[in-house]
Design a protein around this ligand. Structure first.
Ligand code: PLP
Length: 394
């Protein structure tokens, strides 16, 4: 008889956002007409910018005419977009060749697929609190997970230290859920460690566009030595509102070699086997993000989210509540007041002021006692949610 993948039995049965959805749906059923303010899930609220919309329309028109029609595109990405993304790195002084850029349907898809490159005996080191998909994708693959808890005393930034058996190292900066950002020194220490041990760093840069502080690295490839130990996974979801449109990219340097095998070449083989590429229309839309107009417009939208983060931070400061994040990141990570557990605080906010956030415990055990607010809502809702919370806790 067929044996299914038994590792699925090891997954925790309730995914964080499913439980939040269930609790909020129940509350709404019991309290019809309630206006909930959703500050929890990390989806964006602002539409795609005009430069992207214009490019998408043009690309649709291209597909309507035989002379401009595109069928299958190269599986690893259209040359025009690979070149555009390589040039985006080049502007920051990071040399990336177009054939080191792989266009994807988003970071989440890629974070799952990329694990194909590694043997299932490779253990994954996951600094926590962490984006839940890191753990679940490795559980599904049957990989051993080494949890690396972080805490308030280190501002929720993972300290580089050698952990025996850590073959894959996840780093997410700016971090979801904590909003913490790795500085150059710490990131360089992780790079040195990976080069020493032969580990590969999976660097999730989905929130790089939120970095304002020039001293902080947007890409791991700003760090010397990263080309021999890192893969960078990026997304246009939060940068440019592509959560429902779907586009991302992954950088795999040609110098990245393990066991005599070139990971870039392996990924070419993987993509040409398991994918027929991303739609021409979306890649045209994605390329528009990197034009001068596109960059100006996406940064205008990011300003809305950054302003929301500022409003949240100011509210918490007035309330005397400890928090981190929100400065170079769209997330605020706060200590739950009054010794609430994170789910107790979730229930209290929902019941008393109809504000929905995300309990920290859902991002790993060390997230217990903390709570995440997202800055991706619209400004009016964010201000109203903070006003309600201030009345409740002030
Ligand atoms: N990585 C992190 C850290 C995220 O927070 C998210 C989405 O919230 C993703 C990846 C997934 O991004 P995408 O929409 O490109 O799949």
């Amino acid at each position: 008889m067929l044996t299914p993948n038994l590792h699925y039995q090891e997954l925790h049965d309730s995914y964080l956002f499913a439980r939040i959805a269930e609790k909020t749906a129940k509350y709404c059923d019991e309290h019809p007409g309630t206006r909930l303010l959703r500050m929890g899930i990390g989806d964006v609220s602002q539409p795609l910018c005009p430069a992207v919309i214009a490019a998408l329309h043009e690309a649709v028109e291209d597909q309507a005419r035989a002379e401009t029609f595109h069928g299958y595109l190269p599986e690893c990405g259209a040359p025009f977009l690979r070149e555009t993304i390589a040039a985006y790195y080049g502007k920051r002084g990071v040399a990336v060749a177009p054939d080191e850029v792989f266009v994807s349907s988003g970071a989440s898809d890629e974070l799952g697929h990329i694990l194909d490159l590694f043997d299932t005996s490779a253990a994954a080191l996951i600094p926590e609190p962490a984006y839940p998909a890191y753990v679940d994708a490795n559980v599904m693959a049957g990989r051993r997970i080494l949890h690396l808890p972080t805490g308030r005393e280190q501002d929720f930034l993972p300290e580089p230290r050698e952990i025996p058996g850590a073959d894959l190292i996840y780093l997410c900066s700016p971090n979801n859920p904590t909003g913490a950002v790795l500085d150059r020194e710490r990131l360089a220490a992780w790079v040195a460690l990976a080069n020493r041990t032969g580990a590969v760093i999976l660097f999730d840069a989905a929130y790089e566009a939120f970095i304002e502080d020039d001293a902080l690295p947007h890409s791991i490839f700003e760090i010397e030595g990263a080309r021999t130990c890192a893969i960078e996974i990026c997304s246009l979801s939060k940068t440019a509102g592509f959560t429902g449109t779907r586009l991302g990219y992954t950088i795999i340097p040609k110098e990245l070699v393990r066991g005599g095998m070139h990971l870039n070449a392996m990924w070419v083989r993987n993509r040409t086997t398991k994918s027929n590429g991303v739609s021409y229309i979306l890649q045209k839309g994605g390329a528009a993000v990197f034009t001068d107009a596109g960059q100006r417009q996406v940064h205008e939208t990011l300003r809305i989210y950054k302003n929301n983060a500022r409003v949240m931070g100011e509210t918490l400061s007035r309330l005397g509540i400890w928090y981190t994040g929100g400065k170079n990141a769209p997330y605020i990570w706060m200590a739950c007041p009054d010794r609430f557990t994170s789910w107790e605080f979730f229930d209290t906010l929902l019941r008393e002021v109809q504000v929905v956030g995300t309990p920290g415990e859902g991002f790993g055990k060390c997230g217990e006692g903390y709570f995440r607010f997202s800055a991706f809502g619209n400004s009016a809702d964010t201000a109203e949610a903070m006003h309600r919370m201030e009345q409740l806790l002030g």
